[in-house]
Design a protein around this ligand. Sequence first.
Ligand code: 3HC
Length: 286
Amino acid sequence: MAIETVGLVGGGQMGAGIAELAAKAGCKVIVREISAEAVEGAQKRLEGSFGKALSREKIDQAGHDAALANLNYTTDLADLADCDLVVEAVVESPELKHEIFKALDEICTKPDVIFASNTSSIPIASIAVSTTRPENVVGLHFFNPAPVMKLVEVIPSILTSDSVVDTVRTFAADRLGKEPVIAPDRSGFIVNYLLVPYLVQAIRLLGDGHATKEDIDNGMMMGCGHPMGPLALSDMIGLDTIHHVAVAMFEEYKEQIYAPPPLLSRMVEGGLLGRKTGRGIYDYSS
Ligand code: 3HC
């Protein structure tokens, strides 16, 4: 099955990044956000990132203009009715995801439409059962910043059909230019299963007063060659997302290493979510 029309539910950091990839690949893209203000935010995010790609010569002017022309925005989920692929990229709330997949199942008319979730941690089978077509539901997990990071995790649930897995794997590799890996349907999949305990441990080290944020980040950048330290990376991903993922993984595995440390919980409760709010572990306000 050819994927030509792609719907994005959510135009935040990840949704916009995935929309950028699909628009650049020549697909018609429809980005759905919940309000006119959120649509405006998604549009600004996409135009900003395309502008950066143009200025860094990652795309030429004609490609830039064609990709922007492929982008459509809406606040109405019903506008996703004719999509071949819908990627959900909303916050890590199981209830919200259930609601969205149930609605998409009722709205999307093509029998072989693929419903994908960009969830960071929620098992795909638990989302798939909100639809009457669980064989069409798959995990498609991109990495932040999505236009730049090479990897995509393809996560088949126990209910996903082989043809859906083949279709999304081929689409990710051949159209989006990504390196797909097949990841298991367990909380955190491959990458977050390894990454999130590391990020959480770094926040624990800071919160318990054992080291400064600069020393923790420099330690991992200069000692291990990481492009960013764990605390700066947590701010980039969003502390709310890290918290949601840690909670989901703790729920799944019941191991202390995944439990959100008090500092992380307090910062999320206080609305200090990282770069997107101007303040997280670091201050971005100036
Ligand atoms: N399209 C194409 N290329 C783009 C682009 C766009 N829209 N925007 C930027 N780029 C390119 C730049 O041109 C540059 O390429 P170059 O090296 O060939 O010049 C490259 O991307 C890096 O961009 P910048 O120069 O703006 O930024 P930095 O060099 O400071 O790198 C970074 C920023 C890519 C974020 C780097 O620090 C990094 O790799 N950090 C680690 C990120 C990471 O670990 N992400 C995974 C998070 S986990 C996750 O997402 C899972 C979730 O479920 C939690």
